[in-house]
Design a protein around this ligand. Structure first.
Ligand SMILES: Cc1cc2nc3c(=O)[nH]c(=O)nc-3n(C[C@H](O)[C@H](O)[C@H](O)COP(=O)(O)OP(=O)(O)OC[C@H]3O[C@@H](n4cnc5c(N)ncnc54)[C@H](O)[C@@H]3O)c2cc1C
Length: 331
């Protein structure tokens, strides 16, 4: 086997690349250079020719395009077939996938198929003639661990979002795009996507929002979340929630902060009726300033907060929202 190429797997949504996949070009280029081989981009999706062109602009030496309506649906078995076809076409030593929901499904599936190593959720990757060495956060990011895989076999690596920068696109770079035929079995088509629910447009992106107002079970009902929404709007912030709230169906799961939800580090975190269970605080404790409104002075989040307002949220939140609107001239 040639075993010096690096294959980068680009996931798409509709006709666009998932941003986390584009970061793989930043991760893959130095590895391919170190191995003295090509950086190969594989674009998987439906109607994604433009993404394939972008892969060339981001530094891929060779671009493979698996473009098929059946690949437009995020089904792990189908994406895995596309990566298998790309591996057959390019014989890479190292395969990088984004640590997205789909990437985290596809990589172990392939690693098992190829009986190969899989390094998970990596933030740093190095390679030499013998080994691939990677760094990955563990224990809710409290520690970084170093993991190694021998290069006697292919190595699959999932790369954590945000760990590498997307290289600057150079539209002058023209790389031929090779169409990749992917044959899907009936079993690959057995799982079908029945519905894709889009996040409502115009909503502030929770992970990047500088101000996040998080409502907990203390808010009491889905209807009462109007108070949290109004406070967030008065601050130009985003709305988040605890797992207790998303489990109750008061808010969508994608707003959940914590161990099994999103990690946020806004300038201002404002918790309303949130107790501060450790599974929640691991996802927000890096916030610059933490403010909490809770009627229990002994709630863990009250103790952890920079500022705590101890009292009934149903009295405090409407007054706070009103005052903020007055101060900002939006009353
Ligand atoms: C494996 C696992 C993973 C988990 N992952 C997550 C996760 O990712 N994110 C997450 O958030 N949780 C997670 N949890 C759940 C977590 O343990 C807690 O149960 C949850 O965070 C509690 O949510 P809460 O603070 O909204 O509710 P509660 O703990 O019920 O707290 C409600 C708070 O509201 C206050 N309150 C009530 N009424 C008022 C009022 N009128 N005015 C002011 N304050 C009031 C109360 O004093 C209380 O402090 C996980 C649990 C497990 C086991």
């Amino acid at each position: 086997m040639a075993q010096e190429r690096v294959l980068v797997v680009v996931e798409t949504v509709g006709s666009e690349a998932r941003p986390a996949s584009l970061e793989l070009f930043g991760a893959g280029r130095p590895l391919a250079d170190r191995l003295g081989g090509e950086l190969v981009g594989l674009v998987i999706g439906s109607g994604v020719q433009r993404v394939a062109e972008l892969a060339g602009h981001l530094g891929a030496d060779r671009v493979l395009l698996a473009d098929d309506p059946a690949l437009g649906e995020p089904v792990a078995a189908r994406a895995a077939r596309a990566v298998e076809a790309a591996i057959a076409a390019s014989d890479p030593a190292l395969i990088l996938l984004p640590a997205t929901t789909l990437g985290r499904d596809v990589a172990p599936l392939l690693a098992a198929t190829f009986r190969a190593a899989h390094l998970v959720n990596c933030v740093r990757i190095e390679v030499d003639d013998e080994t691939v060495t990677a760094t990955r956060p563990v224990y809710q990011d409290k520690l970084l661990t170093t993991v190694r895989a021998a290069r006697s076999q292919r190595v699959f690596v999932t790369v954590r979002s945000g760990a590498f920068a997307v290289p600057e696109a150079q539209p002058g770079l023209q790389v031929p795009i090779e169409q990749l035929a992917v044959s899907l079995t009936d079993a690959d088509r057995a799982v079908v996507v029945t519905q894709l629910v889009e996040k409502p447009k115009g909503m502030t992106n929770l992970e990047n929002a500088p101000i996040v107002v998080v409502g907990g079970r203390g808010v009491g009902s889905a209807e009462n979340f109007r108070l949290v929404e109004e406070l967030a709007a008065a601050l130009d912030g985003a709305v988040g929630c605890t797992r207790a709230v998303s489990d109750l169906g008061w808010r969508p799961h994608y707003e959940q902060i914590g161990q099994t939800g999103k990690n946020i580090r806004p300038k201002l975190y404002l918790g309303v009726g949130v107790s501060g269970a450790v599974q929640h605080t691991v996802g927000m404790r890096s916030s610059d300033t933490i403010v909490v409104i809770n009627r229990d002075p002994n709630a863990p989040l009250v103790k952890m907060a920079d500022f705590a307002i101890v009292g009934d949220l149903f009295e405090i939140v409407p007054r706070l929202t009103k005052r903020l609107r007055e101060l900002r001239g939006t009353a």
